[in-house]
Ligand binder design. Structure first.
Ligand SMILES: Cc1ncc(COP(=O)(O)O)c(C=O)c1O
Length: 436
């Protein structure tokens, strides 16, 4: 028997019969109609009315001139990054990436799909520490990074958990240094940000912008993603690259490396059915966030923060951060963990185990990229400068690392928009019992 189920702290709580998910797909019925139509009309391919329609609708929703439908957000990020590399450094040979020999400043606390394309293109990611106000790229650390690496011309920035980052400052710094921005809005479709007094959608704030329709996102196609831009030339280039880079010739003729990254018309049918419900999903996620905020207000925890004046998140995931003095001991190895239960305190590991015992899904905060084994030797910059080797056995120093701290003290809560208020209240109660 799971030890939490016989722990007297949790007496009276029964496991959920049906799992309460972190974020699962929410279908409405219209999806089936557009998928069926694609099959009935035999547009079972990477061309068809669903693709044309979702490109039109998403472009209109976010306010860009062109949306290019692709197989996934990762594909969009790859082609966006490649486009930026080619713009900055020219066309690469077929066996080389466009970023070879170049560094790129990257969000540190994000999913690795944001920044792996830098490696696909042979560049070196320099990770920029996170700020506590929105849990996104720190503009202050970005400034430091330009002091250390003034030659850098590309920034890849993500909006974590649907909360817009401090884009006004990041854009201003980029402009100062003649740098381009790849914006990863995979988690933040529908989130809004006030730039120079004007509300804009995330996915329109960089030079090259990407969204995702992965199964766990605010709306989904089961898979899928998009490249968003105002530039017709860039949209055409991404369309060409995504369909194997065919030249205008009667046969297969290629002058550039190609990819099979185009969205399928079946996937587009699901996205087409979901799009009318985007705002409804955001409203549900916002209600979940607010219910957690109220329900957890008496505990030594904070919700994932956002700029209440200049940002309207899509509230994709609700998260909490345990106050330092309420943290019970917790140790994490590379693939395992240990923690102790202490009255009045808890830890992300304990809360996640408790939620799992009662059949609710949570997740650790995305482990920062600079802590990942694969990127462990890449540069990392904090507000203090070089983030590697910050401590000294002989001299006291701060060794400040905001991303590592949020990873240590934070966790993602069940945020499924089909979770009922009653189920959420039980999740909230389980968290309370962890602090008993
Ligand atoms: C921040 C971020 N970027 C990129 C991706 C990749 O998108 P996809 O799964 O559609 O390839 C995801 C999620 O999957 C993500 O969360």
């Amino acid at each position: 028997m799971n030890p939490f189920l016989k722990d007297p702290r949790f007496a009276g709580i029964e496991p959920f019969e049906k799992k309460v998910w972190l974020a699962s797909p929410t279908m409405h019925g219209d999806e089936q109609r557009w998928v069926d139509e694609a099959i009935q009309t035999n547009w079972v391919s990477t061309v068809g009315a669903n693709i044309n329609e979702v490109e039109k609708q998403v472009a209109a929703y976010v306010g860009v001139k062109h949306a290019v439908a692709l197989s996934c957000g990762t594909a969009a990020l790859h082609l966006a990054t490649k486009l930026a590399g080619e713009k900055l450094y020219g066309q690469a040979r077929p066996n080389q990436g466009t970023l070879q020999g170049h560094r790129v400043f990257c969000s540190d606390m994000t999913f690795d799909a944001s920044i792996n394309p830098v490696a696909y293109e042979d560049g070196e990611a320099v990770f920029i520490d996170t700020e506590p106000q929105t849990w996104n790229m720190s503009p202050e650390a970005l400034r430091k990074a330009f002091e250390l690496y003034p030659e850098v011309r590309l920034i890849v920035v993500a909006h974590l958990y649907g909360t817009p980052g401090r884009m006004a400052e990041i854009r201003a710094i980029a402009e100062e240094h003649g740098a381009l921005i790849v914006e990863d809005a995979a988690e933040s479709l529908g989130a809004k940000y006030r730039l120079n007094g004007q509300w804009m959608e995330t996915g329109t704030l960089g030079n090259y912008n990407c969204i995702s329709f992965n199964g766990n996102k605010i709306i989904t196609g089961s898979a899928g993603g998009m490249f968003l831009t105002d530039s017709e030339e860039d949209a055409n280039k991404v369309r060409k690259w995504s369909t194997q880079s065919r030249e205008a010739a009667p046969w297969y003729q290629h002058e550039e490396v190609g990819y099979n990254y185009r969205m399928s018309n079946i996937i587009a049918g699901i996205v087409r059915g979901q799009l009318p419900y985007l705002d409804e999903h955001i409203a549900q996620k916002k209600a979940i966030y607010e219910r957690y905020k109220a329900g957890l207000a008496d505990l030594p925890v904070k919700m994932n923060p956002f700029d209440e004046v200049n940002a309207q998140p899509n509230f994709w995931l609700s998260c909490l951060l345990i106050d330092e003095d309420a943290m019970a001991p917790q140790v994490r190895g590379e693939q395992d963990y240990l923690y102790a239960s202490v009255p009045g305190k808890s830890s992300p590991s304990e809360i996640l185990d408790a939620l799992a015992a009662f059949n609710a899904e949570g997740r650790p905060i995305w482990k920062p990229m600079h802590m990942q084994p694969i990127y462990r030797t890449n540069p990392f910059v904090t507000v203090e400068g070089n983030g590697r080797g910050r401590t000294n056995a002989y001299i006291a120093g701060s060794g400040q690392d905001i991303g590592a701290d949020i990873f240590r003290r934070g966790l993602c809560l069940s945020s499924d928009n089909k979770m009922t208020p009653e189920q959420q209240d039980i999740v909230i109660e389980i968290i309370h019992r962890c602090f008993k």
